[in-house]
Design a protein around this ligand. Structure first.
Ligand code: PLP
Length: 389
């Protein structure tokens, strides 16, 4: 039986040719293709600077470091996200907390953020950075979050791992109009892929510079940054800080550069698939994704919520019946603080009730541009059968 995954890459001959060309060239890494890819993404999004790295996880880490996140600092994010959105703060020695979600968008609730900030200000426990996540590709209320950042003095990193090609108030995600840094993921299930890969965009030149240092050992070969040394000694590079090897290869960047030619096409296909699901699932006891008028989603995921009161199965049973039918539905996500590692820190069930309600009902159905209508119909029929019994 062929399995239908929840997400997968779309690779064409042009993508393959672009990668092969790099393989035959002089530089597999640290060549000219990474900067070319950065330039194309920055220009597309309307951001000043783009720093390509080997994953969105690395991008989130260096984004936190570049904004000064350190031991003793607080970072807030949403519980309904991949663990990397929170782990990045822990890497820096900071403490993480979670803002419950808006029950319509499933993104971090700006009302609850405002309440929590009000209380934190009195207690002297304001966050240094807030990391909103554009869940499923639907942009957060960035104007609202930005206004609060001005009032309370925190920085913003948009985790836009699901959202390249999406728009907020008509403008592309990634322009950093309402944030300090925006991060993309290029994992194969995301909108465009480089195999593994990520990127951090910013309009702040010093933040971009810091992130470039951090991605490559803290090493600089720019005369302006290097410390003075005797002229007779050879110093063609210096380590001026402590960084990592988070570099993207030119092989990966070639794939990303080629994929960027189809980013709008990919998002358009995702919207067509979403529209077909909206129509074909409307008679079922499920809640289809609700879209805010300000948002044009990247549609990385199509999450339905089961109306369990009207269904003769548990969420787990629906998941298993779908898998048995060859449809690899998934769950995005278990609230981060419910992970055993986070529970060890003292987080308990009930911390974010809306997130837990969502978690108990959500199922991600297959969503990717290469999903044929025939395959989508198999998914739809399997779901009708699973919920009818
Ligand atoms: C996929 C994802 C990440 C991590 O991306 P990688 O490129 O795999 O490191 C981070 N945040 C969110 C919301 C994601 O979906």
């Amino acid at each position: 039986m062929t399995m239908i995954p929840y997400g997968r890459q779309d690779i064409n001959q042009a993508d393959i040719d672009a990668v092969v060309e790099v393989l035959r060239s002089d530089f597999l890494t640290q060549g000219s293709v990474v900067p070319a890819f950065e330039k194309v993404v920055a220009t597309y999004c309307g951001a000043q600077h783009a720093v390509a790295v080997n994953s969105a996880t690395s991008a989130l880490h260096i984004a936190c470091l570049a904004l000064g996140v350190d031991k003793g600092d607080l970072v807030w994010t949403t519980p309904v996200t991949f663990v990397a959105s929170a782990n990045c703060a822990l890497y820096c020695g900071a403490t993480v907390d979670f803002i419950d979600i808006n029950p319509n968008t499933y993104n971090l609730s700006v009302e609850l953020l405002a309440e929590k900030l009000f209380i934190a200000k009195k207690a002297g426990t304001l966050p240094k950075v807030v990391i909103p996540v554009h869940l499923c590709g639907q942009p957060c209320d960035m104007a609202g979050i930005h206004a609060l950042s001005q009032q309370y003095g925190f920085k913003i990193i948009e985790d836009a791992s699901h959202a390249i090609g999406g728009r907020y108030k008509g403008e592309l995600i990634g322009n950093c109009r309402y944030s300090d840094i925006t991060v993309f993921s290029f994992h194969p299930v995301k909108i465009i892929t480089t195999g593994e890969g990520g990127m951090a965009l910013t309009n702040d030149e010093s933040v971009a510079k810091e992130m470039r240092l951090l991605r490559s050992h803290g090493i600089s070969s720019s005369a302006a940054e290097m410390c003075p040394r005797p002229p007779e000694e050879i110093w063609n590079y210096q380590q001026i800080g402590l960084g990592f090897n988070y570099r993207m290869t030119d092989i990966q960047a070639a794939l990303g550069l080629s994929q960027m030619q189809r980013v709008d096409e990919f998002v358009t296909s995702r919207h067509a698939i979403a529209k077909r699901y909206d129509q074909r699932l409307s008679s079922l006891p499920v809640q289809c994704p609700w879209q805010h008028a300000d948002s044009y989603s990247g549609y990385h995921l199509y999450v339905i919520r089961l109306r369990l009161g009207e269904i003769n199965k548990t969420q787990r049973q629906v998941y298993e019946v779908m898998h048995a039918a060859g449809v690899r539905v998934n769950l995005h996500y278990i609230p981060v603080y419910r992970q055993p590692y986070y529970e060890q820190m003292g987080f308990r069930a009930g911390h974010c009730p809306q997130a837990e309600q969502y978690y108990s009902e959500a199922i991600s159905v297959p969503m990717y541009p290469a999903l044929t209508w025939g395959q989508q119909d198999i998914v739809v029929h399997a779901l009708h059968a699973a919920l009818a019994e």
